[in-house]
Design a binder for this molecule. Structure first.
Ligand code: PNW
Length: 491
């Protein structure tokens, strides 16, 4: 059978067969882990206390409030820098097994470079990690969740090849200080998002807008940096520390918009250009970029009159270094997109989307949320997990984010249903498809600063009153539901 026919058969089967199991009790394995996630910039506040240096997000929100939907900045945010002990109690109340949070690079190293370590930053994360461990909640720590020290952006940010070395220096400081008490590290959160939005577009502070160029340079250096951190860990720490290192990649499912072979192929190409762009180098057998990216970008670059491809090349040593450089696959999944083969002629202007060759849309009938990009499509998570299983030989996967922006109020039926419906499909992926998924993380513990959308969107299990002096946290109905799931492991 042709591969696209196999795909259709599989696709229909995976989407259909979860409905109808409503009546049975759905339980996850006893050792399945439930957690919640946050990120430093979105909750900490304390943007300039005790030696913290400015990040690119501090600069953007201060210098260009007009680019933020509600014109607000998170200088104080949920004030987790001061209220972290209360937050750990929220985690205890939820009964979850782990907490995924991120470290602000410029709180540890004010200008990003390791010659100047900020003692207050070191102290703060020690106290947070100790508080978690005292309460039996495993810390899962993201090294980079988008808040680049401004100083490093001033000379190229992620397009500067030297940044990989600076990132290794930063990671070394983290391992030296926290290595013995952190069980899992995530090097990067969603490089697809920050490379594409920051270097290919203007939806992030870098605002480089060199799509089809700077986004590829960013990704290239992120992959090098990730691999270099993993190898540095092996050389310098592995003998003395018991920890695991992975990366978090965002993968919205890409479904073909029709059953035409053209659209089915375009959707697969779109997957290779999104998840494959990062995962292929780390998780596939041969390593390096996906073949279809190499071919399309090389060809289009030539047509555009470039003497070399806009997609950089790894050296043979780099391919080896990056290949296999992760102990787990962190997956962020929220929604699904439709892909239609683009009929547009190639122009002379470099563009990631033209290289990819697909038009992206969503079905208008899919339930809306308070985020324009996020439609509720629960079956997409099962297809994504199955795709990763097949492409990368069934790696250990932990879902590092899944969540929804909906009700601001406390009786959040919509959010509760979203969690239950997505978890049903995760459960099917594990029990029926043998996907190797060992944990799930809800985004987010509490309402927070949603980047360019400011405080206008709420993802939290806890509502935060940002106008109150003590940033009051109040549990939503969904927190009771999720707490029960994480304690009983049953939906
Ligand atoms: C994540 N998509 O980004 C981030 O890791 C979080 O910091 C953020 O708060 C959260 O999602 C909610 O927005 C994403 O287009 C951005 O599918 C875009 C997508 C997914 C995740």
């Amino acid at each position: 059978m042709q591969s696209w026919k196999v795909f259709i058969t599989l696709f229909a089967a995976l989407v259909a067969d979860v409905d109808g199991v409503d009546e049975e009790k759905i339980c996850f394995p006893h050792n399945f882990l439930f957690g919640v996630a946050t990120a430093a910039y979105q909750i900490e506040g304390a943007w300039n206390v005790s030696g913290k240096g400015p990040s690119i997000w501090d600069s953007l929100t201060h210098d260009h409030p007009e680019r933020i939907v509600d014109r607000k900045n998170p200088d104080v945010a949920a004030d987790s820098y001061h209220l972290f002990k209360k937050d750990v109690q929220l985690l205890v109340k939820l009964g979850i097994q782990f907490y995924r949070f991120s470290i602000a690079w410029s709180r540890i190293l004010p200008n990003g470079l390791a010659n100047n370590v900020n003692e207050d930053g070191i102290r703060y994360y020690h106290e947070l990690i100790d508080e978690l461990n005292r309460n039996n909640i495993q810390p899962m720590v993201t090294m980079y969740h988008w808040d680049l020290p401004q100083y490093l952006q001033d000379f190229g940010g992620w397009t500067n090849p030297m940044i990989a070395d600076y990132f290794v220096d930063y990671a070394r400081v983290l391992f030296q200080n926290y290595g013995s008490k952190v069980g899992a590290w995530v090097t990067f959160n969603e490089p697809l998002s920050f490379c594409q939005e920051g270097y290919g577009g203007r939806e992030a502070p870098e605002t480089i807008e060199a799509s089809g160029f700077a986004d590829y340079l960013c990704a290239h250096n992120v992959l090098r940096a990730h691999g270099m951190v993993y190898r540095m860990y092996e050389r310098e720490f592995k003998a003395k520390l018991m920890t695991s290192i992975g990366i978090t990649l965002d993968f919205s499912w890409r479904a073909p918009s029709s059953l035409l072979a053209d659209d089915i192929i375009a959707a697969e190409t779109a997957r290779q250009f999104s998840i494959g762009w990062f995962a292929h180098a780390i998780f596939s057998k041969p390593g390096d970029y996906p073949l279809v990216m190499r071919k399309r970008i090389d060809t289009i670059s030539r047509i555009q009159g470039f003497s070399r491809s806009r997609l950089p090349h790894f050296t043979a040593e780099e391919i080896e270094m990056i290949r296999g450089s992760a102990d787990f696959f962190g997956l962020n999944h929220y929604t699904t997109y439709l892909i239609t083969k683009s009929k547009k002629k190639i122009s002379s202007k470099p563009s990631y989307y033209a290289d990819m060759g697909g038009l992206v849309s969503q079905k208008s009938s899919w339930p809306k949320t308070n985020s324009t990009w996020l439609k509720v499509v629960p079956w997409g998570i099962r297809l994504s997990l199955n795709w990763i299983k097949r492409a990368y030989n069934n790696p250990r996967i932990i879902i590092t984010e899944n969540g929804v922006s909906l009700e601001r109020g406390l009786r959040d039926k919509g959010r509760t249903n979203y969690i239950r419906d997505y978890l049903k499909y995760v459960h099917a992926a594990i029990t029926k498809d043998n996907c190797n998924v060992y944990g799930y993380t809800y985004w987010s513990l509490m309402d927070n600063y949603e980047w360019l959308r400011g405080f206008s969107e709420c993802f939290g299990l806890y509502k935060v009153d940002f106008d109150s002096p003590n940033k009051t946290r109040t549990p939503r109905m969904s927190s009771e539901y999720y707490g029960r799931v994480s304690r009983t492991k049953c939906l």
